[in-house]
Design a protein around this ligand. Structure first.
Ligand SMILES: [Zn+2]
Length: 445
């Protein structure tokens, strides 16, 4: 049985990588219909209830359901996205869309983000259906399109237009479960929340004039340079929130790391000076609302003093921050330049979190111990965005999880998300497939 799960997941993953459902953010990209078809071929004829949604041509999402025996019993969805981000073949050691199996690893775009989990979820649900598993509450598998852009043709569309079909009590999606060794045993991070995303365009105004006489002109570009400097240097207070505290305490890093990482007065300086750059950035972003100026458009001609600059800023917020708090932070950072700057919001989506005091958390920890007997789960707030946020908004408890072997380190995995040489070992695929099978039986009975 376990061997079947691993082999079938490997084959399905290879096929899904080769389908190259590349989402470049444009509505006509993605072509997730190809992966929806692959999933349907695996799930069809097993007695599962299958629904397809296609909000735009080719942007197909598949919803499979095993109906529960008891109406109103807690329901669980396994949610996997079927799209991937672009990959530049020149930078890779192997074809990013070849799905090759090399030395026990499947190579290609999506191997860890997250076709690996999507494939393992589909195979596990297929096996449950074939076994005649009849849970108490509904079990759903959703192969969703368009996660890698904003979810507007995928999870957002589903929760807006088919909410009654996909409303569940519990949901698991990407990612987590990268085993981390500590003196007290293995720790498995579970993503329990994600930061908010606020994107804005700041328009900085000046007065046009001849660039041959710059003295005492009102140059919008010079002003914008000062705006950029103030935003970049704005001192944000640290927030040592509960999931960060539990994550750091769980990792058992020793007092010389743990104490500064949990001290709001020390963590900022500590991250500035920590030689491990990846960890420093991550620790800072997990405990601070951040602002990054990213795009600037200015000027019309070399001999004209510019009267207008547009500056785009990527702001990522901690739980508890709404638009009002973000606006107050911006005006605080801009200081006496606030009057010269107009703020236009492109996108505003606050942070979302799920509690850890749930039956799903306990069930996850129990079934994860089938793979790692001394494991404990630790909560983690991710700085990126996943489809979980749409479901948290409709009242679902949503976590990011999966299981991985110890073949690759957490750092290696982290660099493969949207990076080069993305790959996953076959043992990890088997661990995840078995996890979903066990979790469905444990959580839904
Ligand atoms: Zn992903």
């Amino acid at each position: 049985m376990a061997g079947d799960l691993t082999g079938e997941t490997t084959e399905l993953l290879q096929q899904m990588i080769r389908n190259a459902c590349v989402n470049d953010g444009s509505p006509e990209s993605g072509h997730e219909q190809r992966n929806a078809d692959a999933l349907r071929a695996v799930l069809e004829g097993t007695g599962l209830d299958l629904e397809l949604h296609e909000p735009l041509p080719g942007r197909t999402t598949l919803v499979a359901r095993i109906e529960g025996r008891r109406p109103g019993a807690p329901s669980l969805a396994l949610l996997g996205h079927t799209d991937v981000v672009p990959a530049n073949a020149e930078d890779w050691s192997h074809d990013p869309f070849g799905g090759e199996l090399i030395d026990g690893e499947v190579w290609g775009r999506g191997a860890v983000d997250m076709l690996n989990l999507t494939a393992s979820m589909a195979v596990a649900v297929r096996h449950l259906a074939v076994d005649g598993f009849r849970p108490e509450g509904d079990l759903l598998f959703i192969g969703v399109a368009d996660e890698e852009a904003l979810g507007s043709h995928g999870a957002q569309w589903l929760t807006d237009h088919a909410v009654d079909e996909v409303r569940v009590d519990y949901l698991i999606t990407e990612a987590g479960g990268f085993p981390t060794h500590t003196a007290k045993g293995i720790r498995l991070p579970v993503i329990t929340g994600e930061k908010g995303v606020f994107w804005c365009i700041l328009t900085v105004r000046g007065t046009p004039g001849h660039a041959s006489q710059p003295l005492r002109t009102d140059n919008a570009l010079v002003k914008a340079a000062e705006v950029v400097r103030r935003l970049a240097e704005h001192d944000m207070p640290a927030d040592i929130h509960d999931s960060w505290r539990r994550f750091i305490e769980g990792l058992d890093l020793g007092p010389e790391m743990t104490e500064p990482l949990l001290d709001p007065e020390r963590i900022g300086r500590f991250c500035e000076e920590l030689p491990a750059l990846g960890l420093a950035r991550q620790a800072h972003a997990c405990t601070h609302t951040t602002m990054a100026p990213t795009v600037m458009h200015a000027g019309t001609k070399v001999n004209v003093i510019p009267d207008r600059v547009q500056l785009q800023v990527d702001i990522r917020t901690l739980p508890g921050w709404g638009r009002r708090e973000v606006e107050a932070m911006l005006s605080d950072a801009l200081g006496d330049l606030a009057g010269d700057v107009e703020v236009h919001w492109q996108f505003a989506d606050p942070a979302s979190t799920s509690p850890t005091t749930t039956p799903l958390w306990d069930a996850l920890e129990r079934v994860a111990r089938h793979a790692y007997p001394d494991a404990r789960c630790v909560p983690f707030l991710t700085v990126g965005a996943t489809d979980a946020r749409f479901f948290r908004r409709i009242g679902t408890v949503a976590y990011g999880f999966g299981l991985f072997s110890e073949r690759l380190t957490f750092d290696q995995y982290a660099s493969m998300f949207h990076g080069i040489d993305e790959r996953v070992d076959v043992a990890s695929l088997g661990l995840s497939a078995r996890l979903w099978d066990d979790l469905a039986r444990e959580a839904l009975g």
